[in-house]
Design a protein around this ligand. Structure first.
Ligand code: ATP
Ligand code: MG
Length: 490
């Protein structure tokens, strides 16, 4: 390694690692990201790749996306790229848009700027953002409401004259969370700038917060979830000092705005390492603050059928991500809330377990409870409800009417849930197979399936009841019994 400056510990001086001494090559960088970097550089600005993409390339992983950091002000970036828009209320950044690919360009942050990514971009926000772009010119330069507004000095046209929220790369680095996320790849000479010992931490697969961990978690409690996420995603070990304050500080997550926790939840569970995320969140007792009802269920029914169903569902989701197949928040929340929903339903007399009204009410109650911590957008909540409401109709199809269910927008998700339930004896395996076969028939051949329809099962089961006392043996026994009964609602 080519150390041309002082060691990172001395503070604001980077160790500059020359191109010959690191493994990042431009061939691993998306063409559009390179375009953005070069255009900034050619306009006389500093331009770096930063964050997860540098880390991932160093690890030999394919980056999810590319983030750029620069000393150009957002408005300057905006005017360099016709295909860009400014986003973010508390801290403005530019999105340079290439079809479906977005390169995020952030101006270096000063010490008093909001930390990177601390503004949620939920889908609702994205919609608002889209509207903002449509009305560009009118709302283009709204004055931020937060304290950052005081740092900004604008002329009468709203042009930014000075903005203390922006700084230099030397300042930007200290606002970042983990050392592994704080490496800068300089497009000017292809060197990597390391102020915090990130390269060594990546080499030894160590996740270490920059600065004093307790202070950094208090500043932004979401960093605890990010720690868990990177532990799961990268298979890194948390540095003991980084791990230590989590048990005492995890309650601070309850104060994080729920839309932001929705975003984090999707990143935890829908990006290819969901099963491992669940494990880490439980080990670090973070699930209890993120989704208390889910955690409570799993603690009370350890190793039960519902836990097995959840883990298998997350595994399936992870494989889908690996295969580049679509995954949805709706299916995710249906999985996560299976235990709480099943418990709600089973608190009713068994004859009501198949009542659509009772099912929907149970779903709503559980969704409402969960959304006290994590926003569950309406669209997702309705989807979860429909998936559960479809279960009894899939389990007890009524003749030809079954065919119409195939056209339901939620059919596929509901069917996937049925398959999963059947796999754990929580729904009739024969019925699940019948639906599988039905979908393979051409519409004109579907009548044949009517003869093969299994008889309606009695009585229903959700899997919530009795798990607490279940030893592996009784679980097995119960499962056999279920199979005989061929039952299972939600
Ligand atoms: P991923 O591969 O999952 O996208 P990432 O490291 O790129 O991981 P992002 O959430 O995309 O994570 O954030 C980009 C960068 O912004 C991070 O690498 C980190 O440097 C910085 N960052 C993001 N969130 C925070 C935070 N809460 N506090 C401090 N820095 C953050
Ligand atoms: Mg990223």
């Amino acid at each position: 390694m080519n150390e041309i400056s002082q060691p990172a510990e001395s503070g604001r001086v980077a160790r500059i690692i020359a191109r010959a001494d690191h493994n990042i090559s431009r061939s691993q960088v998306a063409t559009n990201a390179l375009r953005v970097l070069y255009r900034l550089k050619d306009a006389g600005f500093q331009a770096f790749l930063v964050g997860g993409c540098v880390r991932d390339i160093m690890l030999g992983r394919r980056p999810k996306d590319f983030d750029v950091a620069t000393n150009a002000l957002p408005e300057e970036v905006r005017s360099l790229f016709r295909n860009s828009r400014l986003v973010g209320r508390r801290f403005r950044l530019a999105h340079v848009v290439f079809g479906r690919e977005i390169i995020e360009v952030a101006t270096f942050r000063a010490a008093n700027a909001p930390s990177p990514a601390d503004e949620p971009v939920t889908e609702d926000d994205a919609e608002a953002e889209a509207e903002e772009v449509e009305t560009a010119g009118v709302t283009r330069f709204d004055v931020p409401e937060s304290s950052a507004a005081e740092d900004r000095v604008q002329d009468t046209h709203g042009r930014l004259l000075r903005d203390n929220a922006y700084g230099s790369v030397e300042e930007d680095v200290w606002r970042r969370d983990f050392t592994a996320n704080a490496l800068y790849y300089n497009i000017a000479d292809f060197s990597v700038w390391d102020y915090v010992g990130g390269t060594e931490d990546i080499a030894s697969r160590r996740l270490r917060l920059i600065g004093e961990p307790e202070v950094r978690y208090r500043e932004d409690p979401v960093r605890m979830l990010r720690a868990a996420r990177f532990e799961a995603k990268l298979d890194f070990t948390l540095d003991p000092d980084t791990a230590a304050p989590i048990p005492q500080l995890r309650h601070l997550l309850a104060q994080v705005p729920p839309p932001r926790l929705f975003d984090e939840t999707l990143k935890l569970f829908l990006t290819g390492h969901g099963q491992r995320s669940l494990q880490v969140l439980r080990e670090r007792a973070l699930l209890a603050v993120l989704l208390p009802s889910v955690d409570r269920y799993l603690v009370e029914q350890p190793g039960g059928l519902v836990e097995q169903l959840l883990v298998q569902g997350l595994r399936n989701t992870d494989s889908r991500v690996q295969e580049d197949k679509p995954v949805t928040p709706t299916f995710l929340f249906a999985l996560l809330l299976y235990g709480p929903i099943a418990r709600q339903i089973e608190s009713l007399p068994p004859q009501r377990w198949h009542e659509i009204g009772a099912i929907v009410e149970a779903c709503d109650r559980c969704l409402r409870e969960a959304s006290r911590q994590v926003t569950i957008p309406r669209r997702v909540a309705l989807g979860v409800r429909e998936m559960y409401a479809l279960q009894p109709r899939l389990e007890q199809p009524r003749g030809r009417r079954a065919f119409r269910l195939l056209e339901q927008p939620r059919f596929r998700a509901a069917y996937d849930l049925l398959i999963l339930r059947a796999q754990f004896g929580l729904a009739s395996a024969d019925m699940a197979t019948w639906w599988t076969n039905l979908q393979q028939l051409r519409p004109e051949d579907r009548e044949q399936a009517l003869n093969a329809m299994p008889s309606a099962p009695q009585p229903p089961r959700t899997g919530a009841e009795g798990d607490a006392s279940a030893s592996p043996a009784t679980r097995g026994r119960r499962r056999r019994r279920r199979r005989r009964n061929t039952a299972g609602p939600a």
